[in-house]
Design a protein around this ligand. Structure first.
Ligand code: G3H
Length: 478
Protein backbone atom coordinates (compact mmCIF):
# COMPACT_ATOMS: atom_id res chain seq x y z
CA UNK A 1 0.00 0.00 0.00
CA UNK A 2 2.90 2.33 0.80
CA UNK A 3 4.38 1.72 -2.65
CA UNK A 4 4.62 4.92 -4.58
CA UNK A 5 6.24 4.89 -8.03
CA UNK A 6 9.35 7.07 -8.15
CA UNK A 7 9.82 9.90 -10.58
CA UNK A 8 12.81 10.06 -12.94
CA UNK A 9 15.43 12.80 -12.82
CA UNK A 10 19.18 12.97 -13.41
CA UNK A 11 19.19 9.38 -14.62
CA UNK A 12 17.83 8.15 -11.27
CA UNK A 13 14.53 7.06 -9.76
CA UNK A 14 13.62 9.36 -6.88
CA UNK A 15 11.11 9.97 -4.13
CA UNK A 16 9.71 13.47 -3.94
CA UNK A 17 10.61 15.53 -0.90
CA UNK A 18 6.92 16.48 -0.68
CA UNK A 19 6.21 13.13 0.95
CA UNK A 20 2.90 13.28 -0.94
CA UNK A 21 1.53 11.09 -3.67
CA UNK A 22 -1.18 11.16 -6.32
CA UNK A 23 -3.57 8.22 -6.58
CA UNK A 24 -4.37 6.62 -9.91
CA UNK A 25 -7.87 5.18 -9.94
CA UNK A 26 -8.48 2.06 -12.00
CA UNK A 27 -11.47 3.03 -14.20
CA UNK A 28 -12.88 -0.51 -14.01
CA UNK A 29 -12.66 -1.20 -10.26
CA UNK A 30 -12.83 2.50 -9.33
CA UNK A 31 -10.27 1.74 -6.63
CA UNK A 32 -6.73 3.10 -6.25
CA UNK A 33 -4.49 1.04 -8.54
CA UNK A 34 -1.17 2.87 -8.27
CA UNK A 35 0.36 5.92 -6.64
CA UNK A 36 2.93 8.30 -8.07
CA UNK A 37 5.07 11.02 -6.52
CA UNK A 38 3.63 14.50 -6.13
CA UNK A 39 6.71 16.43 -7.27
CA UNK A 40 7.40 19.92 -5.96
CA UNK A 41 8.24 23.11 -7.84
CA UNK A 42 11.74 22.91 -6.40
CA UNK A 43 12.14 19.47 -7.98
CA UNK A 44 10.90 20.83 -11.30
CA UNK A 45 13.57 23.57 -11.09
CA UNK A 46 16.27 20.94 -10.59
CA UNK A 47 15.00 18.88 -13.51
CA UNK A 48 15.06 21.95 -15.75
CA UNK A 49 18.64 22.73 -14.71
CA UNK A 50 19.91 19.27 -15.51
CA UNK A 51 17.91 19.16 -18.76
CA UNK A 52 19.66 22.35 -19.83
CA UNK A 53 23.12 21.03 -18.98
CA UNK A 54 22.54 17.61 -20.55
CA UNK A 55 21.25 19.19 -23.76
CA UNK A 56 24.48 21.10 -24.36
CA UNK A 57 26.60 17.96 -24.73
CA UNK A 58 23.80 15.94 -26.37
CA UNK A 59 23.66 18.50 -29.19
CA UNK A 60 27.36 17.77 -29.80
CA UNK A 61 26.81 14.00 -29.83
CA UNK A 62 27.00 12.76 -33.44
CA UNK A 63 23.63 12.30 -35.09
CA UNK A 64 24.27 8.63 -35.86
CA UNK A 65 24.99 7.98 -32.17
CA UNK A 66 21.76 9.66 -31.12
CA UNK A 67 19.95 7.48 -33.65
CA UNK A 68 21.69 4.36 -32.34
CA UNK A 69 20.45 5.01 -28.81
CA UNK A 70 16.92 5.63 -30.03
CA UNK A 71 16.93 2.33 -31.95
CA UNK A 72 18.10 0.63 -28.76
CA UNK A 73 15.29 2.24 -26.73
CA UNK A 74 12.76 1.17 -29.39
CA UNK A 75 13.90 -2.46 -29.17
CA UNK A 76 13.77 -2.45 -25.36
CA UNK A 77 10.33 -0.89 -25.45
CA UNK A 78 9.04 -3.64 -27.72
CA UNK A 79 10.63 -6.33 -25.53
CA UNK A 80 8.72 -4.93 -22.56
CA UNK A 81 5.39 -4.60 -24.31
CA UNK A 82 3.59 -7.01 -21.97
CA UNK A 83 4.19 -5.28 -18.60
CA UNK A 84 3.62 -1.83 -20.10
CA UNK A 85 0.39 -2.95 -21.76
CA UNK A 86 -0.75 -4.36 -18.42
CA UNK A 87 -0.38 -0.90 -16.88
CA UNK A 88 -2.40 0.62 -19.71
CA UNK A 89 -5.16 -1.88 -19.04
CA UNK A 90 -5.23 -1.03 -15.32
CA UNK A 91 -4.76 2.73 -15.54
CA UNK A 92 -6.85 3.75 -18.54
CA UNK A 93 -8.94 0.60 -19.20
CA UNK A 94 -7.57 0.21 -22.71
CA UNK A 95 -8.63 -3.19 -24.14
CA UNK A 96 -5.75 -5.68 -23.68
CA UNK A 97 -4.92 -6.13 -27.38
CA UNK A 98 -5.05 -2.39 -28.14
CA UNK A 99 -2.74 -1.80 -25.19
CA UNK A 100 -0.10 -4.10 -26.72
CA UNK A 101 -0.61 -2.45 -30.10
CA UNK A 102 0.04 0.96 -28.55
CA UNK A 103 3.44 -0.15 -27.23
CA UNK A 104 4.51 -1.86 -30.45
CA UNK A 105 3.40 1.15 -32.51
CA UNK A 106 5.47 3.30 -30.14
CA UNK A 107 8.60 1.22 -30.71
CA UNK A 108 8.11 1.49 -34.46
CA UNK A 109 7.60 5.23 -34.15
CA UNK A 110 10.87 5.68 -32.23
CA UNK A 111 12.83 3.67 -34.84
CA UNK A 112 11.24 5.47 -37.76
CA UNK A 113 12.01 8.83 -36.14
CA UNK A 114 15.66 7.87 -35.67
CA UNK A 115 15.93 6.96 -39.36
CA UNK A 116 14.05 10.01 -40.57
CA UNK A 117 16.18 12.21 -38.31
CA UNK A 118 19.52 11.05 -39.68
CA UNK A 119 18.26 11.76 -43.19
CA UNK A 120 16.61 15.16 -42.80
CA UNK A 121 18.99 16.54 -40.18
CA UNK A 122 21.95 15.30 -42.17
CA UNK A 123 21.03 17.71 -44.93
CA UNK A 124 21.55 21.46 -44.99
CA UNK A 125 21.22 24.23 -47.52
CA UNK A 126 23.78 26.17 -49.51
CA UNK A 127 22.89 29.49 -51.18
CA UNK A 128 24.89 31.93 -53.27
CA UNK A 129 24.24 35.67 -53.24
CA UNK A 130 24.09 36.56 -56.92
CA UNK A 131 20.59 35.27 -57.46
CA UNK A 132 19.21 38.30 -55.61
CA UNK A 133 19.18 41.57 -57.58
CA UNK A 134 22.18 43.83 -57.07
CA UNK A 135 24.44 41.14 -55.60
CA UNK A 136 27.70 39.69 -56.84
CA UNK A 137 28.69 36.10 -56.12
CA UNK A 138 30.55 37.16 -52.97
CA UNK A 139 28.48 35.55 -50.24
CA UNK A 140 28.03 31.87 -49.53
CA UNK A 141 25.25 30.98 -47.14
CA UNK A 142 25.32 27.71 -45.20
CA UNK A 143 22.19 26.68 -43.28
CA UNK A 144 21.45 23.71 -41.07
CA UNK A 145 18.99 22.78 -38.38
CA UNK A 146 19.90 23.17 -34.72
CA UNK A 147 17.99 22.03 -31.63
CA UNK A 148 15.70 24.34 -29.65
CA UNK A 149 16.92 23.29 -26.19
CA UNK A 150 14.58 21.82 -23.58
CA UNK A 151 11.29 20.40 -24.84
CA UNK A 152 8.37 19.98 -22.45
CA UNK A 153 6.14 17.05 -23.47
CA UNK A 154 2.61 16.70 -22.09
CA UNK A 155 0.72 13.71 -23.52
CA UNK A 156 -2.92 12.80 -22.80
CA UNK A 157 -4.44 9.86 -20.93
CA UNK A 158 -5.65 8.02 -24.04
CA UNK A 159 -2.16 7.33 -25.43
CA UNK A 160 0.18 7.88 -22.47
CA UNK A 161 2.95 5.86 -24.14
CA UNK A 162 2.46 6.52 -27.84
CA UNK A 163 1.76 10.25 -27.61
CA UNK A 164 4.74 10.57 -25.24
CA UNK A 165 7.24 8.90 -27.60
CA UNK A 166 5.84 10.87 -30.54
CA UNK A 167 7.29 13.90 -28.71
CA UNK A 168 10.34 12.29 -27.06
CA UNK A 169 11.85 10.70 -30.16
CA UNK A 170 11.81 13.78 -32.45
CA UNK A 171 13.06 15.95 -29.58
CA UNK A 172 16.03 13.68 -28.89
CA UNK A 173 17.05 12.91 -32.45
CA UNK A 174 17.14 16.66 -33.11
CA UNK A 175 19.52 17.22 -30.19
CA UNK A 176 17.08 18.52 -27.60
CA UNK A 177 16.59 17.34 -24.03
CA UNK A 178 13.15 16.42 -22.82
CA UNK A 179 11.02 16.83 -19.72
CA UNK A 180 7.92 14.65 -19.62
CA UNK A 181 4.84 15.39 -17.55
CA UNK A 182 2.61 12.36 -18.04
CA UNK A 183 -1.16 12.44 -17.47
CA UNK A 184 -2.16 11.15 -14.03
CA UNK A 185 -4.17 8.28 -15.58
CA UNK A 186 -1.36 6.70 -17.57
CA UNK A 187 1.54 7.97 -15.46
CA UNK A 188 2.73 4.50 -14.47
CA UNK A 189 2.66 3.28 -18.08
CA UNK A 190 4.70 6.36 -18.99
CA UNK A 191 7.20 5.72 -16.16
CA UNK A 192 7.69 2.16 -17.46
CA UNK A 193 8.24 3.52 -20.97
CA UNK A 194 10.79 6.01 -19.60
CA UNK A 195 12.56 3.10 -17.91
CA UNK A 196 13.14 1.61 -21.38
CA UNK A 197 14.95 4.83 -22.37
CA UNK A 198 16.89 4.60 -19.09
CA UNK A 199 17.96 1.04 -19.93
CA UNK A 200 19.06 2.15 -23.39
CA UNK A 201 21.66 4.34 -21.69
CA UNK A 202 20.84 7.94 -22.55
CA UNK A 203 22.98 10.51 -20.71
CA UNK A 204 21.87 11.65 -17.27
CA UNK A 205 19.35 14.49 -17.18
CA UNK A 206 18.59 14.28 -20.90
CA UNK A 207 15.19 12.72 -20.25
CA UNK A 208 13.22 13.25 -17.07
CA UNK A 209 9.73 12.46 -16.00
CA UNK A 210 7.99 14.46 -13.29
CA UNK A 211 4.67 13.35 -11.90
CA UNK A 212 2.26 15.28 -9.75
CA UNK A 213 -0.78 17.44 -9.47
CA UNK A 214 -1.54 19.82 -12.32
CA UNK A 215 -2.57 22.42 -9.73
CA UNK A 216 0.89 22.24 -8.12
CA UNK A 217 3.28 21.90 -11.05
CA UNK A 218 1.15 22.35 -14.22
CA UNK A 219 1.45 26.11 -14.76
CA UNK A 220 4.87 26.07 -13.14
CA UNK A 221 6.11 23.71 -15.86
CA UNK A 222 4.43 25.38 -18.83
CA UNK A 223 5.52 28.87 -17.75
CA UNK A 224 9.01 27.80 -16.71
CA UNK A 225 11.72 30.01 -18.23
CA UNK A 226 13.87 26.93 -18.87
CA UNK A 227 11.37 25.50 -21.38
CA UNK A 228 12.11 26.22 -25.05
CA UNK A 229 9.17 24.43 -26.67
CA UNK A 230 5.95 22.76 -25.54
CA UNK A 231 4.41 19.77 -27.27
CA UNK A 232 0.97 19.13 -25.79
CA UNK A 233 -1.87 16.77 -26.62
CA UNK A 234 -5.10 16.98 -24.67
CA UNK A 235 -8.18 19.09 -24.15
CA UNK A 236 -9.02 22.72 -23.36
CA UNK A 237 -6.00 22.99 -21.07
CA UNK A 238 -4.00 23.51 -24.26
CA UNK A 239 -5.81 26.77 -24.97
CA UNK A 240 -4.97 28.00 -21.46
CA UNK A 241 -1.34 26.92 -21.90
CA UNK A 242 -1.07 28.78 -25.21
CA UNK A 243 -2.19 31.99 -23.50
CA UNK A 244 0.37 31.67 -20.72
CA UNK A 245 3.39 30.27 -22.56
CA UNK A 246 6.14 32.67 -23.49
CA UNK A 247 7.70 33.29 -26.91
CA UNK A 248 8.38 29.64 -27.64
CA UNK A 249 7.17 27.28 -30.37
CA UNK A 250 4.03 25.35 -29.46
CA UNK A 251 2.78 22.10 -30.92
CA UNK A 252 -0.74 21.27 -29.82
CA UNK A 253 -3.45 18.82 -30.58
CA UNK A 254 -6.67 19.57 -28.72
CA UNK A 255 -9.53 17.32 -29.61
CA UNK A 256 -12.04 17.34 -32.39
CA UNK A 257 -15.58 16.74 -33.52
CA UNK A 258 -14.72 14.67 -36.57
CA UNK A 259 -17.62 14.48 -39.00
CA UNK A 260 -18.46 11.55 -41.23
CA UNK A 261 -20.30 12.75 -44.33
CA UNK A 262 -22.18 9.98 -46.13
CA UNK A 263 -23.37 10.52 -49.70
CA UNK A 264 -26.17 8.67 -51.47
CA UNK A 265 -23.81 6.55 -53.60
CA UNK A 266 -21.64 5.41 -50.66
CA UNK A 267 -20.89 1.74 -49.99
CA UNK A 268 -23.02 1.53 -46.84
CA UNK A 269 -21.39 -1.66 -45.55
CA UNK A 270 -18.01 0.05 -45.72
CA UNK A 271 -19.46 3.12 -43.99
CA UNK A 272 -21.03 1.05 -41.20
CA UNK A 273 -17.77 -0.83 -40.58
CA UNK A 274 -15.86 2.45 -40.42
CA UNK A 275 -18.40 4.07 -38.12
CA UNK A 276 -17.99 1.19 -35.68
CA UNK A 277 -14.20 1.33 -35.84
CA UNK A 278 -14.04 5.12 -35.95
CA UNK A 279 -16.74 5.82 -33.39
CA UNK A 280 -16.39 3.06 -30.85
CA UNK A 281 -12.78 1.87 -30.70
CA UNK A 282 -11.34 2.58 -27.26
CA UNK A 283 -14.93 3.51 -26.41
CA UNK A 284 -14.76 6.71 -28.45
CA UNK A 285 -11.91 8.15 -26.36
CA UNK A 286 -9.80 9.27 -29.31
CA UNK A 287 -9.46 12.81 -30.56
CA UNK A 288 -9.81 11.38 -34.08
CA UNK A 289 -12.94 9.35 -33.30
CA UNK A 290 -15.93 9.80 -35.58
CA UNK A 291 -18.03 12.13 -33.45
CA UNK A 292 -20.94 13.02 -35.70
CA UNK A 293 -22.50 11.25 -38.68
CA UNK A 294 -23.97 13.50 -41.36
CA UNK A 295 -25.89 11.21 -43.66
CA UNK A 296 -28.10 11.93 -46.67
CA UNK A 297 -31.74 11.36 -45.67
CA UNK A 298 -32.38 8.95 -48.58
CA UNK A 299 -29.83 6.38 -47.27
CA UNK A 300 -30.08 7.17 -43.56
CA UNK A 301 -32.58 4.44 -42.61
CA UNK A 302 -30.48 1.72 -44.23
CA UNK A 303 -27.24 3.00 -42.74
CA UNK A 304 -28.63 3.38 -39.23
CA UNK A 305 -29.97 -0.17 -39.41
CA UNK A 306 -26.59 -1.54 -40.49
CA UNK A 307 -24.75 0.35 -37.72
CA UNK A 308 -27.35 -0.82 -35.17
CA UNK A 309 -26.71 -4.44 -36.11
CA UNK A 310 -22.99 -3.99 -35.59
CA UNK A 311 -23.41 -2.09 -32.32
CA UNK A 312 -25.40 -5.06 -30.99
CA UNK A 313 -22.34 -7.25 -31.58
CA UNK A 314 -19.89 -5.06 -29.64
CA UNK A 315 -18.73 -6.71 -26.43
CA UNK A 316 -19.03 -4.59 -23.30
CA UNK A 317 -17.00 -5.17 -20.14
CA UNK A 318 -13.53 -5.35 -18.68
CA UNK A 319 -10.39 -4.34 -20.60
CA UNK A 320 -8.65 -7.49 -19.28
CA UNK A 321 -11.20 -9.51 -21.28
CA UNK A 322 -10.38 -7.45 -24.34
CA UNK A 323 -13.94 -6.17 -24.63
CA UNK A 324 -14.69 -3.64 -27.36
CA UNK A 325 -16.34 -1.21 -24.99
CA UNK A 326 -14.62 -0.69 -21.64
CA UNK A 327 -15.16 1.77 -18.78
CA UNK A 328 -14.42 5.40 -19.64
CA UNK A 329 -11.44 6.93 -17.91
CA UNK A 330 -13.13 8.54 -14.91
CA UNK A 331 -16.39 9.05 -13.12
CA UNK A 332 -16.47 12.71 -14.10
CA UNK A 333 -16.04 11.73 -17.72
CA UNK A 334 -18.93 9.26 -17.44
CA UNK A 335 -21.06 11.96 -15.79
CA UNK A 336 -20.25 14.40 -18.57
CA UNK A 337 -21.26 11.84 -21.23
CA UNK A 338 -24.47 11.14 -19.33
CA UNK A 339 -25.23 14.88 -19.35
CA UNK A 340 -25.01 14.94 -23.15
CA UNK A 341 -27.23 11.86 -23.40
CA UNK A 342 -29.89 13.37 -21.10
CA UNK A 343 -29.89 16.63 -23.04
CA UNK A 344 -30.42 14.71 -26.30
CA UNK A 345 -33.25 12.72 -24.72
CA UNK A 346 -35.04 15.84 -23.50
CA UNK A 347 -34.76 17.44 -26.92
CA UNK A 348 -36.18 14.44 -28.75
CA UNK A 349 -33.28 12.39 -30.20
CA UNK A 350 -34.19 8.84 -31.21
CA UNK A 351 -32.35 6.26 -29.10
CA UNK A 352 -31.32 3.25 -31.20
CA UNK A 353 -30.38 1.38 -28.02
CA UNK A 354 -31.42 1.80 -24.44
CA UNK A 355 -29.05 4.04 -22.44
CA UNK A 356 -27.21 1.87 -19.94
CA UNK A 357 -24.45 2.71 -17.46
CA UNK A 358 -22.75 0.82 -14.64
CA UNK A 359 -20.09 2.84 -12.83
CA UNK A 360 -17.75 4.18 -15.52
CA UNK A 361 -18.97 1.65 -18.06
CA UNK A 362 -21.34 3.10 -20.65
CA UNK A 363 -22.95 0.82 -23.24
CA UNK A 364 -22.52 1.89 -26.88
CA UNK A 365 -25.27 4.22 -27.99
CA UNK A 366 -26.33 5.53 -31.37
CA UNK A 367 -28.57 8.61 -31.34
CA UNK A 368 -30.61 9.18 -34.49
CA UNK A 369 -32.46 12.34 -35.57
CA UNK A 370 -30.08 14.58 -33.66
CA UNK A 371 -30.69 18.25 -34.32
CA UNK A 372 -28.36 21.26 -34.06
CA UNK A 373 -30.01 22.48 -30.84
CA UNK A 374 -28.68 19.43 -28.97
CA UNK A 375 -25.34 19.64 -27.19
CA UNK A 376 -24.24 16.27 -28.64
CA UNK A 377 -24.37 17.84 -32.12
CA UNK A 378 -21.37 20.03 -31.20
CA UNK A 379 -19.61 18.75 -28.07
CA UNK A 380 -17.24 15.81 -28.01
CA UNK A 381 -18.46 13.13 -25.61
CA UNK A 382 -15.13 11.23 -25.51
CA UNK A 383 -17.24 8.16 -24.91
CA UNK A 384 -19.22 5.50 -26.81
CA UNK A 385 -22.11 7.75 -27.82
CA UNK A 386 -22.53 8.71 -31.45
CA UNK A 387 -25.04 11.19 -32.94
CA UNK A 388 -26.58 10.89 -36.40
CA UNK A 389 -27.75 14.06 -38.14
CA UNK A 390 -29.79 13.55 -41.29
CA UNK A 391 -28.99 15.99 -44.08
CA UNK A 392 -30.76 16.89 -47.33
CA UNK A 393 -27.74 18.17 -49.22
CA UNK A 394 -23.98 17.82 -49.15
CA UNK A 395 -23.74 21.57 -48.50
CA UNK A 396 -25.74 21.10 -45.30
CA UNK A 397 -23.18 18.51 -44.15
CA UNK A 398 -20.21 20.71 -45.00
CA UNK A 399 -21.90 23.63 -43.26
CA UNK A 400 -22.37 21.63 -40.05
CA UNK A 401 -18.78 20.42 -40.16
CA UNK A 402 -17.42 23.93 -40.67
CA UNK A 403 -19.65 25.52 -38.02
CA UNK A 404 -17.76 23.53 -35.37
CA UNK A 405 -15.08 25.26 -33.31
CA UNK A 406 -12.99 22.15 -33.92
CA UNK A 407 -11.24 21.22 -37.17
CA UNK A 408 -9.15 18.10 -36.62
CA UNK A 409 -10.16 15.49 -39.18
CA UNK A 410 -13.26 14.49 -41.09
CA UNK A 411 -14.25 11.82 -43.54
CA UNK A 412 -16.44 11.50 -46.59
CA UNK A 413 -17.90 8.35 -48.11
CA UNK A 414 -18.77 8.28 -51.82
CA UNK A 415 -17.76 6.33 -54.91
CA UNK A 416 -17.34 9.60 -56.83
CA UNK A 417 -13.72 10.58 -56.23
CA UNK A 418 -14.13 14.02 -57.88
CA UNK A 419 -16.94 14.89 -55.51
CA UNK A 420 -14.89 13.57 -52.59
CA UNK A 421 -11.97 15.85 -53.40
CA UNK A 422 -14.21 18.91 -53.73
CA UNK A 423 -15.81 18.08 -50.38
CA UNK A 424 -12.39 17.57 -48.84
CA UNK A 425 -11.35 21.02 -50.09
CA UNK A 426 -14.49 22.55 -48.60
CA UNK A 427 -14.11 20.93 -45.16
CA UNK A 428 -12.22 23.14 -42.70
CA UNK A 429 -10.24 20.36 -41.03
CA UNK A 430 -6.57 19.45 -40.89
CA UNK A 431 -7.14 16.14 -42.68
CA UNK A 432 -10.00 14.59 -44.63
CA UNK A 433 -10.13 10.84 -45.15
CA UNK A 434 -11.89 9.60 -48.26
CA UNK A 435 -13.72 6.31 -47.69
CA UNK A 436 -12.18 5.58 -44.30
CA UNK A 437 -12.58 6.69 -40.70
CA UNK A 438 -10.32 9.46 -39.38
CA UNK A 439 -7.01 8.36 -37.88
CA UNK A 440 -3.65 9.88 -37.01
CA UNK A 441 -1.55 7.08 -38.40
CA UNK A 442 0.47 5.90 -40.21
CA UNK A 443 2.58 7.99 -37.86
CA UNK A 444 4.74 9.59 -40.53
CA UNK A 445 1.70 11.27 -42.11
CA UNK A 446 1.21 14.95 -41.27
CA UNK A 447 -1.30 15.36 -38.44
CA UNK A 448 -2.78 18.74 -37.59
CA UNK A 449 -5.93 20.49 -36.52
CA UNK A 450 -7.45 23.78 -37.61
CA UNK A 451 -9.22 26.23 -35.28
CA UNK A 452 -9.50 25.00 -31.64
CA UNK A 453 -8.07 21.60 -32.66
CA UNK A 454 -4.49 22.71 -32.51
CA UNK A 455 -1.34 24.57 -33.36
CA UNK A 456 1.33 23.33 -35.75
CA UNK A 457 1.60 19.98 -37.42
CA UNK A 458 2.71 16.60 -36.09
CA UNK A 459 3.76 13.39 -37.76
CA UNK A 460 7.37 12.22 -37.55
CA UNK A 461 8.94 14.59 -40.10
CA UNK A 462 6.97 17.65 -39.05
CA UNK A 463 7.72 17.05 -35.38
CA UNK A 464 11.46 16.79 -36.00
CA UNK A 465 11.43 20.00 -38.02
CA UNK A 466 9.27 21.76 -35.46
CA UNK A 467 11.74 20.96 -32.70
CA UNK A 468 14.61 22.62 -34.54
CA UNK A 469 15.60 26.10 -35.69
CA UNK A 470 17.51 27.19 -38.76
CA UNK A 471 21.07 28.33 -38.14
CA UNK A 472 22.89 30.17 -40.88
CA UNK A 473 26.55 31.06 -41.43
CA UNK A 474 27.45 33.44 -44.24
CA UNK A 475 30.93 33.37 -45.74
CA UNK A 476 31.82 36.80 -47.17
CA UNK A 477 34.38 36.59 -49.95
CA UNK A 478 36.75 39.44 -50.70
O1 G3H B 1 -6.43 10.95 -29.41
C1 G3H B 1 -5.72 11.45 -30.25
C2 G3H B 1 -4.80 10.67 -31.07
O2 G3H B 1 -3.84 11.51 -31.68
C3 G3H B 1 -5.53 9.84 -32.08
O3 G3H B 1 -4.70 8.88 -32.59
O4 G3H B 1 -6.02 8.24 -34.61
O5 G3H B 1 -4.15 6.80 -33.78
O6 G3H B 1 -6.27 6.97 -32.50
P1 G3H B 1 -5.33 7.66 -33.41
Amino acid sequence: DGDVYKYYADGEWKNSSSGKSVAIINPTTRKTQYKVQACTQEEVNKVMDSAKTAQKSWAKTPLWKRAELLHKAAAILKEHKAPIAECLVKEIAKPAKDAVTEVVRSGDLVSYTAEEGVRILGEGKFLVSDSFPGNQRTKYCLSSKIPLGVILAIPPFNYPVNLAVSKIAPALIAGNSLVLKPPTQGAVSALHMVHCFHLAGFPKGLISCVTGKGSEIGDFLTMHPGVNCISFTGGDTGIAISKKAGMIPLQMELGGKDACIVLEDADLDLVAANIIKGGFSYSGQRCTAVKVILVMESVADVLVEKVKEKVAKLTVGAPEDDCDITPVVSESSANFIEGLVKDAKEKGAKFCQEYKRDGNLIWPLLLDNVRPDMRIAWEEPFGPVLPVIRINSVEEGIHHCNASNFGLQGCVFTKDVNKAILISDAMETGTVQINSAPARGPDHFPFQGLKDSGIGSQGVTNSINMMTKMKTTVINLP
